[in-house]
Design a protein around this ligand. Structure first.
Ligand SMILES: [Cu+2]
Length: 180
């Protein structure tokens, strides 16, 4: 985005501040804060889709060891995730998975942080009603904000297919995941 220094006539010649708005025209006024530099491309995910404004990448894996920021500061873990908001659901038993949704602004690629998406999970194999996933915010203990994501632990029964719906600011991302 920035012009090379060599292309500028001289520092003294730049007297007026020029504000370059990268994507202001497409940002809704109620947009949550986001952090430039992050990317949903940092995670391959198990499924991904786009809405009008966002890229949503779904990741599913085994439960992570979760830490508070204080614990990270004192224990210096090298794996696991730090809780940034919300709370993890106390689920246990077979089929417990860590479900996470990474959300980025489609226009800029920046990671959407501090938002309040909703996530619902429906077992389409069993045909049971969709359930709300309590949304916590977290990121890998050694990761940057590029890993910031929303999600929780939940039971995803092996052999079943799940419809996972992420909604943010009136936009809906429909994703599918088959638990092997
Ligand atoms: Cu997580």
């Amino acid at each position: 985005m920035w012009r090379a220094r060599g292309a500028l006539p001289s520092v003294a010649a730049i007297t007026g501040a020029i504000t370059v708005v990268a994507c202001g025209g497409s940002s809704p006024s109620a947009s949550p804060t986001s952090t430039p530099g992050g990317s949903c491309q940092g995670s391959s995910g198990v499924a991904s889709t786009t809405t009008a404004s966002y890229v949503v990448v779904l990741d599913v894996g085994p439960p992570e060891v979760m830490y508070s920021q204080d614990q990270v500061n004192s224990q210096h873990p090298t794996t696991g995730e730090v809780m940034l908001g919300g709370a993890m659901t106390d689920v246990s038993g077979a089929g417990v998975q860590h479900l996470e949704a990474h959300i980025c602004n489609k226009s800029s690629g920046s990671v959407v942080t501090g938002a309040s998406p909703t996530i619902t999970v429906q077992d389409t194999t069993a045909g049971t009603p969709s359930q709300d996933l309590p949304v916590a915010e977290m990121q890998g203990v050694t990761a940057s904000t590029s890993d910031y994501h929303y999600g929780n632990n939940t039971v995803l029964r092996s052999g079943h297919t799940f419809a996972i719906t992420v909604k943010l600011n009136g936009e809906t991302a429909n994703l599918s995941y088959h638990a092997s």
